[in-house]
Design a protein. Structure first.
Length: 570
């Protein structure tokens, strides 16, 4: 999968996952808040509970189901009552129950309590409580009308003739304890006397009297037939309502705050997931533009993208194709930079070596040319030929030097392509040896060639590999006395390598000379005996061997001879 498709898949998968987590989080928060709201509603009004709420609040004592103390305390705080019935209507347990309710319920009693119209009817809520392997139980819950209780307590003290409530201290204490109020009204709705309702109207209309029942309060009234006056009492629950509103607003604010935090956290994570790696990639590209050919690093100078094992870190794996492309680009640019530095350094060396090596032969040519040009001397034909011979020799040397310096330059910059072809190594080396044997100037040396017992075919460049063997045999001829025996042999190593061994029994070399043989311009022990050669032969030979992925090694013992071993992969 390419980067574009993988990025799109990851983008939508992460977005879907983030949305799912956000939705689950919202549902969880909403469920917790809903649970808390329900729990708080139950604390305010037990009628809001469901049957499962009471399962753990009913226990068994002496093989009988009874109400737990905490449930009774909750009912008492709400001026309520509880009755627990079995499936037959028998009362198993009760708390604060009204005297008007029967101790044994039958169908008619239950129906009359629910839908009857008697003066004693009281509204209540009931639940069916189920237990394992037992018949379901019925739990009845109702609220006492505190307003009626307050009114009943005050009725005996009201002075109907004087149009006064005439409340006793005990009654006023009860009104204050129950957060209740009381008013005495005329038949026209005029407030004649009032207690506990400071913001009451002076005169009520019928509509205003009706609105009293819509408020969050309990209302009770009683009319005196003789005077026509009406006593009205009410128990206000405004503090509870205000608290519920505050709690509801607080939970809504908490829900909004948690939603905002989750949304901000999810957005930050999402942006970091996709954005942070892109910033690192941009920094990498910027580094490449500034000539810094390496990956971005942290304060500890370690890579931001790969670990200690060189593997891409998890958060960058989505961009692995881009990382590999940037790595290749970085490597290519770094290679070009190194090649440029090498090229500049080689060019300087080449120019420096060229000017140095051409100075001596050019000086000789210039000197002889000036001598021939001078009118002060008359040279014989023999002397002129000698001068011309020297100038020709120096010119040939310069041409050879230029060619070898150019070859060295190409080899050093890996600018010499090889045209490899499969050749029979035994036959290839044998022909080179025959050429040396047939050279008249080499008749004073003794040549021996030993081919490998098996056929060896290898991929080599015939032109440049011949240059290797020519240089090595030529050195054995040039730097050894007449009568030296030169042995050339070919062998194989496990069909993977072939070896060309060139041995002689000549002068040999000291160790300090061996260490410098492959240096440029070094001519070994015979440099004072001959001026021929550029001093680049063995340096070029080693570079050509390495270009064939091979190696060269020289062993020599003074007075016993030298052995050169060239090993090349088949």
């Amino acid at each position: 999968m390419n980067l574009h498709k993988r990025f799109m898949v990851q983008f939508f998968m992460q977005l879907f996952l983030l949305s799912l987590i956000f939705l689950i989080g919202m549902l969880t928060v909403w469920a917790v808040i809903g649970f808390n709201i329900t729990a708080d509603e139950i604390q305010t009004d037990l009628a809001q509970a469901d049957s499962s709420y009471f399962t753990n609040r009913i226990e068994i004592e002496n093989d009988k189901h009874v109400l737990k103390e905490n449930l009774e305390e909750l009912a008492e705080s709400q001026n309520g009552w509880l009755i627990l019935l079995d499936a037959k209507g028998s009362v198993l347990d009760s708390f604060n129950e009204p005297e008007s309710l029967p101790a044994q319920f039958d169908v008619s009693d239950f129906a009359d309590s629910l839908w009857g119209s008697s003066a004693e009817q009281r509204e209540f809520t009931y639940w069916e409580i189920e237990f394992l392997d037992e018949d379901p139980l019925l739990l009845l819950y109702g609220k006492n009308n505190v307003a009626e209780e307050v009114l009943d307590a005050a009725m005996s003290a009201i002075d109907w003739q004087q149009e006064s409530l005439n409340l006793s201290s005990a009654t006023t204490n009860k009104l204050e304890a129950e957060n209740a109020w009381m008013q005495l009204l005329s038949p026209e709705g005029e407030v004649l006397d009032s207690y506990g309702k400071a913001d009451g109207d002076a005169t009520y209309t019928m509509q205003q009297l009706g609105e009293l029942h819509t408020e969050n309060q309990s209302i009770a009234s009683s009319t005196n037939e003789e005077s026509g006056l009406t006593a009205v009492s009410g128990v206000e629950n405004l503090p509870s309502t205000a608290w519920e509103t505050t709690f509801s607003n607080r939970n809504l604010f908490l829900f909004a705050l948690i939603s905002l935090i989750l949304l901000a956290g999810g957005t930050f994570w999402y942006a970091r997931k996709f954005g942070a790696p892109l910033l690192v990639m941009m920094q990498w590209i910027e580094n490449l533009g500034d000539g810094q050919y390496k990956q971005p690093t942290n304060d500890k100078n370690t890579s931001l993208i790969t670990n200690n094992k060189g593997k891409i870190k998890r958060k960058y794996r989505l961009y692995k194709d881009l990382v590999h492309t940037l790595e290749q680009l970085t490597g290519t640019l770094q290679l070009h930079q190194n090649q440029q530095k090498t090229l500049e350094r080689t060019r300087e060396d080449w120019i420096s070596g060229l000017s140095h090596d051409l100075k001596t032969p050019l000086s000789s040519i210039s000197g002889y040319a000036q001598m021939l040009e001078s009118p002060d001397y008359k040279w014989s034909a023999q002397e002129t030929r000698e001068f011309a011979s020297v100038m020709n020799e120096k010119s040939s040397y310069m041409m050879e030097l230029l060619e070898e310096l150019t070859l060295t330059f190409r080899l050093k910059n890996q600018a010499l392509p090889l045209a490899k072809e499969p050749l029979d190594i035994n036959e290839f080396i044998r022909r080179i040896v025959i050429q040396f044997i047939n050279e008249p100037s080499n008749r004073k040396q003794h040549f021996t060639f030993t081919a490998a017992p098996q056929s060896i075919r290898a991929n080599i460049d015939s032109k440049w590999f011949q240059r290797i063997i020519d240089n090595l045999i030529a050195n054995a001829v040039k730097y050894n006395p007449s009568g030296t025996e030169i042995k050339i042999s070919v062998s194989a190593i496990e069909r993977h390598l072939f070896v060309v061994l060139i041995e002689d029994d000549g002068k040999g070399m000291e160790t300090e000379i061996l260490d410098k043989l492959f240096d440029r311009y070094y001519r070994g022990t015979n440099m004072h005996e001959t001026s021929t050669g550029t001093g680049l032969g063995l340096a070029i030979t080693k570079q050509l061997v390495q270009l064939h992925n091979g190696s060269i090694h020289i062993d020599s013992v003074p007075g016993k001879g030298t052995a050169v071993r060239v090993i090349v992969p088949v």
